[in-house]
Design a protein around this ligand. Structure first.
Ligand SMILES: *Cc1c(COP(=O)(O)O)cnc(C)c1O
Length: 429
């Protein structure tokens, strides 16, 4: 333990790490409450915890979210899903995009639900299930305009029929994902919803709909998407950020705070260069503090000579380039800075606050990238969480609409190339 000569209110927690992300579970509770406040009755929350919950630590976030009544989780890969299963999360987990073949058998064995967007992949899963004696729960993803994954609307019905005709595949849901960051403020989102609705209408007519229908990300939810369908898939808003300046940003509380500490101080003369390539030189004698945090920890390289951090409740400029493990700041204008002083990269000290949004604006990126890039050697320190939301308040009061499922019937499939060797390989993995 280190003694702090004068850190006062800034060292209530022992600053035992080079860099640490303080994860405020009470802020998560609060944000889930804000999400809940925007939900229609009966709509569930599938919390998106991909990329280690946007850098916040998926296991701890998921456990707390369950205590707050979240119904399911969306992840990016089956490894992320299995991490949650190993940590005892029994709730529904969906691999939002899709899996590579090699992930399939582990995903099936652990009841992980899988985004599905082609007949080819449907057949692969079907055959794999047959071998393993498992059933796959799949969510058909309709490409309504993001243009990335997803089955084209013109082929969606065929895929749904293929699933309905298989005894190994079960439809867990039908989903789409929006391209715009502005939710319902973007005209294109309305266009995407129209396309989604038309596929749903045909599927409903033919009795092909089962499971949860879902479309809304944070931006859609906070800009009043209708319908909300059976569940919504917020990610970033739960962590306290909204993309852009959408209504409701001010109601959210940031969950992640990123701190480091002063590890070295030195007084330099005018003209002293600082950092790689000497991109900054002192214009007058000043005091430079070195921080044991660099771009590998999530302090973006692009913040070199641009960003600011907080020390003793005041802003200090990052000088020179950010390096992999270290960053220098100019503290010449802040009296009394000591080795061991807490330095806040994201978060507040006294009246000063630096947000992920501010940092993202500074370097021309999005808050998502910054929180995801907080490195694995940065300790996550969790605080709060003693008072979760009433879990039942996030659980539907009315049952989600039940759509009758037609008796399974086999539909001939002719379009895609079977890949038996891939099936075999996946079965072994
Ligand atoms: C990441 C993701 C989300 C969550 O988006 P946010 O903007 O973080 O709310 C929802 N759905 C899918 C398919 C995603 O990939």
């Amino acid at each position: 333990m280190k003694s702090h000569s004068a850190s006062g209110i800034f060292s209530l927690v022992v600053d035992a790490y080079r860099a640490w992300a303080e994860i405020d579970l009470d802020a998560l509770t609060h944000n889930l409450g804000e999400i809940r406040a925007r939900l229609n009755p009966g709509v569930r929350v599938m919390l998106v915890v991909k990329a280690d919950a946007y850098g916040h630590g998926a296991v701890a976030i998921a456990h707390h979210a369950l205590r707050c009544g979240v119904s399911a989780f969306g992840v990016g890969t089956s490894a992320e899903a299995l991490e949650l299963r190993k940590a005892g999360v029994r709730a529904r987990i969906l691999v939002l995009g899709t899996i590579v073949d090699e992930e399939a058998s582990a995903a099936l064995r652990h009841g992980i639900e899988i985004g599905l967007h082609s007949l080819d992949r449907a057949r692969l899963l079907d055959e794999l299930c047959e071998r393993l004696g498992e059933r796959a729960k799949v969510h058909v993803k309709i490409d309504t305009g993001l243009g990335r994954l997803g089955v084209l609307p013109s082929k969606a019905i065929e895929l749904l029929e293929r699933i309905a005709g298989s005894r190994n595949l079960e439809l867990g849901g039908v989903m789409t994902h929006m391209a715009g960051g502005g939710g319902m403020q973007d005209d294109f989102t309305h266009e995407q919803l129209r396309v989604f609705e038309s596929v749903l209408a045909t599927a409903r007519e033919r009795g092909l709909l089962r499971g949860w229908i879902h479309a809304a990300n944070s931006a859609c939810l906070f800009t009043g998407i209708e319908p909300q369908y059976d569940c919504v898939r917020p990610g970033i808003s739960a962590y306290g950020v909204l993309p852009g300046a959408l209504p409701g940003s001010d109601t959210l509380r940031p969950v992640m705070n990123l701190h480091s500490q002063v590890i070295f101080l030195k007084d330099v003369p005018a003209g002293a260069p600082i950092g790689y390539s000497g991109t900054w030189t002192a214009s007058e004698p000043t005091r430079i503090a070195t921080l044991p945090v660099g771009y590998n920890d999530g302090l973006a390289w692009r913040l070199g000579n641009k960003g600011e951090v907080l020390v003793r409740g005041r802003r200090a400029r990052i000088v020179g380039r950010v390096s992999m493990d270290y960053t220098s700041i100019d503290v010449g204008h802040i009296p009394g800075v000591c080795v061991g002083d807490r330095v806040t990269i994201v978060g507040s000290q006294g009246a000063e606050r630096i947000t992920l949004e501010e940092l993202a604006d500074h370097v021309g990126t999005i808050p998502y990238e910054l929180s995801c890039s907080v490195g694995k050697r940065v300790e996550r320190v969790y605080k709060g969480g003693e008072e979760p939301l009433d879990p039942y308040s996030l659980v539907p009061r009315a049952p989600a609409a039940q759509v009758p499922h037609l008796p399974a019937r086999l539909v001939p499939v002719a379009d895609d190339v079977a890949a038996p060797e891939r099936v075999a390989r996946a079965a072994q993995s």
